[in-house]
Design a protein around this ligand. Structure first.
Ligand SMILES: Cc1cc2nc3c(=O)[nH]c(=O)nc-3n(C[C@H](O)[C@H](O)[C@H](O)COP(=O)(O)OP(=O)(O)OC[C@H]3O[C@@H](n4cnc5c(N)ncnc54)[C@H](O)[C@@H]3O)c2cc1C
Length: 418
């Protein structure tokens, strides 16, 4: 068997084989039988988080069911579904999710298991919408947990270490529209005085820089059309000028893969992600990602530290994106009890050239208590990583309770989570 790879191709999974069960009962029998198992979603992670020496199980063969409960304002979703399939179904029924990541192609279970996020000072990561989980545990049992379960906050960002999630229940909000505008050329110094104001100016604000100069090349602003904050956005926006054509965050790439801009109102799921579901994003996998979360109050210091090494970052960088994420209560979320700013790097697809820069970025962001994204490239030492998660001993206990024989364990879990 040729080793299956992740979306970016930088990880060759070491699994013995892959399985795609077509029913939950089949999945239960498989998990009960096998010594080592790990769930895989749409493979958009950039490290060995999803790997296993045993059987890699995809849920893509389970029926893509969704079941809206209007009274509870929730939806029960088959875990392997992608946001790209889920969002239009919800919209048709008059509902929305509060937020989405930049890419709608990712699976709901994989995104929630890794605390994937979008932007917005009032928006938590995507896992904060999870109010219930159905999961196959190591002995093949199907368990259901929800917010009334004592340690539920420890299970949602489960990193695949507690079992195979078969369905999630997500909180819904009424469907809404946003309009997306892109502004060009915001000097870094504008952030010194105005960071909080800038990032709170609309429902979702994302800043992009190529670090070729101390400025943001683009600022993407999504305003809800039903909120008064619409009036906050002026032209020019601070000193950034409104773009007159649609843009891709990476200079020179076609905007055809990007969601509509220029202030055209549209459905929430057709504006909040950066990329359209019918296109592959930017370089179609020819990229590596890293991302670091810092407490919101550290954001300007962190960005200033990066500005001092921009000459070293820039040669291996495609684009850097800055977003905000609201605090939550999820034990293994990097946003646990901390309103945060995420600093994301889309690197060129050259691990050897990128890794020394990743190390340098981590060194410079250490004073800002940077926490890496679980699903991206990082070299943060395990003890540093664990120290960022006050509930990691509780999570390790939960893993031992749910999975005493280490069925869902792998090298990543051994390194960072035990
Ligand atoms: C182009 C691109 C854009 C991205 N944009 C963003 C972004 O805007 N914001 C952000 O925060 N991240 C972003 N990411 C990262 C991405 O959201 C994460 O890698 C996420 O985990 C992807 O989901 P997946 O289904 O591909 O997960 P996979 O990589 O398949 O798996 C990730 C983890 O989830 C676990 N898992 C998957 N399915 C299950 C299940 N059914 N039960 C239990 N565990 C499961 C796996 O075991 C593994 O540990 C981006 C990645 C790419 C490639």
């Amino acid at each position: 068997m040729t080793a299956p790879r992740n979306w970016a191709g930088n990880i060759a999974f070491g699994c013995a084989r892959m399985e795609t069960p077509s029913s939950v009962a089949e999945l239960q029998r498989l998990v009960a039988r096998e010594r080592r198992v790990r769930a895989i979603g749409t493979r958009h992670s950039f490290n060995d988080l999803a790997d296993t020496p045993g059987v890699l199980v995809s849920l893509a063969g389970l029926p893509p069911e969704t079941e809206v409960d209007s009274a509870a304002r929730t939806v029960r979703v088959a875990a392997g579904m992608r946001y790209a399939e889920l969002a239009p179904r919800l919209d048709r029924e008059g509902y929305a999710l509060p937020n989405l990541g930049s890419l709608p192609h990712i699976s709901v279970a994989g995104a929630c298991a890794t605390a994937t996020h979008g932007s917005g000072v009032r928006n938590g990561c995507l896992a904060t919408a999870v109010s219930g989980l159905e999961m196959v545990t190591a002995d093949g049992d199907l368990v259901t947990v929800d917010r009334r379960t004592g340690h539920f906050d420890g299970m949602v960002v489960g990193l695949g270490a507690l079992g195979v999630v078969t369905a999630l229940t997500l909180d819904l909000v009424p469907a809404f529209e946003t309009r997306q505008r892109v502004y060009e050329g915001l000097p870094l110094e504008a952030l010194d005085e105005h960071f909080a104001e800038l990032t709170a100016a609309a429902y979702s604000v994302c800043l992009f820089t190529d670090w070729r100069a101390p400025r943001f090349t683009q600022v993407w602003i999504n305003e809800r059309t039903d909120e008064a904050e619409t009036t906050v956005v002026k032209e020019p926006w601070f000193t950034a000028e409104p773009a007159t054509v649609e843009l891709h965050p990476v200079s020179g790439f076609s905007a055809a893969s990007c969601t509509p801009q220029l202030g055209l109102p549209g459905r929430w799921f057709e504006r909040l992600p950066h990329f359209r579901p019918d296109f592959e994003p930017s370089s179609a996998g020819d990229e590596l990602h890293s991302e670091y979360m810092v407490p919101a109050g550290e954001a300007v210091n962190a960005l200033r530290s990066l500005d001092r090494i921009r000459a070293l970052i820039q040669p291996v960088l495609q684009i850097c994106e800055v977003r905000t994420v609201a605090a939550d209560e999820l034990w293994m979320s990097p946003f646990y009890r901390e309103d945060s700013v995420s600093i994301h790097f889309t690197w060129i697809a050259d691990t050897e050239a990128v890794l020394p820069v990743v190390r340098l970025v981590e060194e410079r962001l250490e004073p800002s208590r940077a926490t890496p994204h679980w699903a991206k490239v990082f070299t943060t030492p395990p003890e540093t990583l664990r120290s960022r998660y006050p509930r990691s001993p509780d999570f390790a206990r939960l893993v031992r309770e749910y999975d005493p024989a280490g069925t869902f364990g792998n090298a990543f879990v051994d390194r960072y989570l035990s």
